[in-house]
Design a protein around this ligand. Sequence first.
Ligand SMILES: Cc1cc2nc3c(=O)[nH]c(=O)nc-3n(C[C@H](O)[C@H](O)[C@H](O)COP(=O)(O)OP(=O)(O)OC[C@H]3O[C@@H](n4cnc5c(N)ncnc54)[C@H](O)[C@@H]3O)c2cc1C
Length: 133
Amino acid sequence: MVGLYLVLYIPQKQKVAGSYPPELGIVKRFWKYLLNREGIDEDILWASISSNSLMSVAALLKQCSFIIKGKISLKTMESRIKSRLFFAGEVLNVDGITGGFNFQNAWSGGYIAGTSIGKMAATSASSLEKQAM
Ligand SMILES: Cc1cc2nc3c(=O)[nH]c(=O)nc-3n(C[C@H](O)[C@H](O)[C@H](O)COP(=O)(O)OP(=O)(O)OC[C@H]3O[C@@H](n4cnc5c(N)ncnc54)[C@H](O)[C@@H]3O)c2cc1C
Protein backbone atom coordinates (compact mmCIF):
# COMPACT_ATOMS: atom_id res chain seq x y z
CA MET A 1 0.00 0.00 0.00
CA VAL A 2 2.82 2.44 0.92
CA GLY A 3 4.64 1.57 -2.33
CA LEU A 4 1.43 2.22 -4.24
CA TYR A 5 1.08 5.67 -2.64
CA LEU A 6 4.60 6.48 -3.84
CA VAL A 7 4.04 5.19 -7.38
CA LEU A 8 0.70 6.99 -7.76
CA TYR A 9 2.14 10.17 -6.27
CA ILE A 10 5.22 10.82 -8.47
CA PRO A 11 5.18 14.50 -9.53
CA GLN A 12 7.60 14.33 -12.49
CA LYS A 13 9.22 17.77 -12.22
CA GLN A 14 9.69 18.05 -8.47
CA LYS A 15 12.67 17.10 -6.35
CA VAL A 16 12.17 14.06 -4.13
CA ALA A 17 13.27 15.93 -1.01
CA GLY A 18 10.70 18.69 -1.51
CA SER A 19 7.55 16.64 -2.01
CA TYR A 20 6.07 13.35 -0.87
CA PRO A 21 2.57 11.86 -0.58
CA PRO A 22 0.54 13.69 2.12
CA GLU A 23 -1.29 10.40 2.79
CA LEU A 24 1.85 9.14 4.51
CA GLY A 25 1.35 11.71 7.28
CA ILE A 26 5.08 12.12 7.93
CA VAL A 27 7.12 15.26 8.57
CA LYS A 28 9.66 16.62 6.07
CA ARG A 29 12.56 16.00 8.42
CA PHE A 30 11.72 12.27 8.61
CA TRP A 31 11.25 12.07 4.83
CA LYS A 32 14.73 13.56 4.30
CA TYR A 33 16.13 11.12 6.86
CA LEU A 34 14.67 8.19 4.87
CA LEU A 35 16.16 9.49 1.62
CA ASN A 36 19.58 9.95 3.20
CA ARG A 37 19.41 6.52 4.81
CA GLU A 38 18.71 4.96 1.40
CA GLY A 39 21.49 7.03 -0.20
CA ILE A 40 19.05 8.88 -2.47
CA ASP A 41 20.23 12.30 -3.61
CA GLU A 42 17.83 14.93 -2.25
CA ASP A 43 18.13 16.97 -5.47
CA ILE A 44 17.10 14.15 -7.79
CA LEU A 45 13.78 14.66 -9.59
CA TRP A 46 10.93 12.26 -8.96
CA ALA A 47 11.03 11.51 -12.71
CA SER A 48 14.58 10.19 -12.37
CA ILE A 49 14.16 7.99 -9.32
CA SER A 50 14.67 4.28 -9.96
CA SER A 51 11.97 1.76 -9.14
CA ASN A 52 14.48 -0.02 -6.88
CA SER A 53 14.91 3.18 -4.84
CA LEU A 54 11.14 3.60 -4.65
CA MET A 55 10.73 0.07 -3.38
CA SER A 56 13.48 0.47 -0.78
CA VAL A 57 11.93 3.71 0.55
CA ALA A 58 8.52 2.00 0.66
CA ALA A 59 10.03 -0.94 2.57
CA LEU A 60 11.71 1.46 5.01
CA LEU A 61 8.43 3.34 5.55
CA LYS A 62 6.73 0.06 6.46
CA GLN A 63 9.47 -1.25 8.74
CA CYS A 64 11.99 1.33 9.90
CA SER A 65 14.25 0.22 12.73
CA PHE A 66 16.65 2.44 14.67
CA ILE A 67 19.85 1.71 16.55
CA ILE A 68 19.99 3.53 19.86
CA LYS A 69 23.47 4.07 21.23
CA GLY A 70 24.91 6.43 23.78
CA LYS A 71 26.75 7.03 26.97
CA ILE A 72 23.74 6.29 29.21
CA SER A 73 22.49 2.81 30.04
CA LEU A 74 18.79 2.83 29.12
CA LYS A 75 18.17 -0.04 31.54
CA THR A 76 19.19 2.05 34.55
CA MET A 77 19.68 5.60 33.17
CA GLU A 78 23.16 5.51 34.77
CA SER A 79 26.12 7.09 33.02
CA ARG A 80 28.42 4.55 31.37
CA ILE A 81 31.30 6.98 31.98
CA LYS A 82 30.72 7.99 35.61
CA SER A 83 29.14 5.33 37.82
CA ARG A 84 26.43 6.40 40.30
CA LEU A 85 25.53 9.35 38.08
CA PHE A 86 21.98 9.13 36.69
CA PHE A 87 20.12 11.19 34.11
CA ALA A 88 16.52 11.61 33.04
CA GLY A 89 14.34 14.03 31.13
CA GLU A 90 15.22 17.21 29.34
CA VAL A 91 18.87 17.19 30.39
CA LEU A 92 19.40 14.26 27.98
CA ASN A 93 18.25 16.41 25.07
CA VAL A 94 16.62 13.40 23.40
CA ASP A 95 16.01 14.31 19.79
CA GLY A 96 13.84 11.85 17.90
CA ILE A 97 13.67 11.99 14.15
CA THR A 98 10.07 13.19 14.35
CA GLY A 99 10.43 15.16 17.62
CA GLY A 100 7.89 15.01 20.45
CA PHE A 101 7.45 12.40 23.18
CA ASN A 102 9.51 14.49 25.60
CA PHE A 103 7.06 14.06 28.47
CA GLN A 104 7.08 10.27 28.02
CA ASN A 105 10.88 10.32 27.92
CA ALA A 106 11.00 12.39 31.14
CA TRP A 107 8.45 10.22 32.99
CA SER A 108 9.81 6.83 31.89
CA GLY A 109 13.45 7.86 32.32
CA GLY A 110 12.69 9.35 35.73
CA TYR A 111 10.97 6.13 36.84
CA ILE A 112 13.85 3.96 35.63
CA ALA A 113 16.50 6.23 37.18
CA GLY A 114 14.59 6.46 40.47
CA THR A 115 14.05 2.71 40.85
CA SER A 116 17.69 2.04 39.86
CA ILE A 117 18.94 4.50 42.50
CA GLY A 118 16.59 2.91 45.06
CA LYS A 119 17.91 -0.58 44.33
CA MET A 120 21.51 0.66 44.49
CA ALA A 121 20.86 2.39 47.83
CA ALA A 122 19.20 -0.74 49.27
CA THR A 123 22.15 -2.90 48.20
CA SER A 124 24.66 -0.43 49.69
CA ALA A 125 22.69 -0.22 52.96
CA SER A 126 22.53 -3.98 53.39
CA SER A 127 26.26 -4.41 52.70
CA LEU A 128 27.04 -1.62 55.25
CA GLU A 129 24.85 -3.42 57.81
CA LYS A 130 26.74 -6.68 57.20
CA GLN A 131 30.10 -4.88 57.63
CA ALA A 132 28.93 -3.32 60.92
CA MET A 133 27.99 -6.73 62.39
C1 LIG B 1 6.78 25.57 25.68
C2 LIG B 1 7.06 24.09 25.77
C3 LIG B 1 6.12 23.20 25.27
C4 LIG B 1 6.34 21.83 25.38
N1 LIG B 1 5.42 20.95 24.87
C5 LIG B 1 5.63 19.64 24.97
C6 LIG B 1 4.67 18.70 24.47
O1 LIG B 1 3.62 19.06 23.95
N2 LIG B 1 4.92 17.39 24.59
C7 LIG B 1 6.08 16.92 25.16
O2 LIG B 1 6.26 15.71 25.23
N3 LIG B 1 7.01 17.79 25.66
C8 LIG B 1 6.81 19.13 25.57
N4 LIG B 1 7.75 20.00 26.06
C9 LIG B 1 8.97 19.45 26.66
C10 LIG B 1 8.70 19.01 28.11
O3 LIG B 1 8.08 20.07 28.83
C11 LIG B 1 10.03 18.64 28.78
O4 LIG B 1 10.71 17.69 27.97
C12 LIG B 1 9.81 18.04 30.15
O5 LIG B 1 9.07 18.92 30.96
C13 LIG B 1 11.16 17.75 30.79
O6 LIG B 1 10.96 17.38 32.12
P1 LIG B 1 12.14 17.49 33.16
O7 LIG B 1 11.59 17.05 34.46
O8 LIG B 1 13.35 16.80 32.62
O9 LIG B 1 12.53 19.04 33.18
P2 LIG B 1 11.64 20.34 33.67
O10 LIG B 1 10.20 20.02 33.43
O11 LIG B 1 12.29 21.46 32.98
O12 LIG B 1 11.90 20.31 35.22
C14 LIG B 1 13.12 20.76 35.78
C15 LIG B 1 12.81 21.35 37.14
O13 LIG B 1 14.06 21.59 37.83
C16 LIG B 1 14.01 22.86 38.41
N5 LIG B 1 15.39 23.35 38.56
C17 LIG B 1 16.21 23.81 37.59
N6 LIG B 1 17.41 24.13 38.10
C18 LIG B 1 17.33 23.85 39.43
C19 LIG B 1 18.25 23.97 40.51
N7 LIG B 1 19.48 24.42 40.34
N8 LIG B 1 17.83 23.57 41.73
C20 LIG B 1 16.60 23.08 41.92
N9 LIG B 1 15.67 22.95 40.94
C21 LIG B 1 16.05 23.33 39.70
C22 LIG B 1 13.17 23.71 37.47
O14 LIG B 1 12.63 24.82 38.15
C23 LIG B 1 12.10 22.70 37.05
O15 LIG B 1 11.02 22.69 37.95
C24 LIG B 1 7.54 21.37 25.98
C25 LIG B 1 8.47 22.28 26.48
C26 LIG B 1 8.23 23.63 26.39
C27 LIG B 1 9.26 24.61 26.95
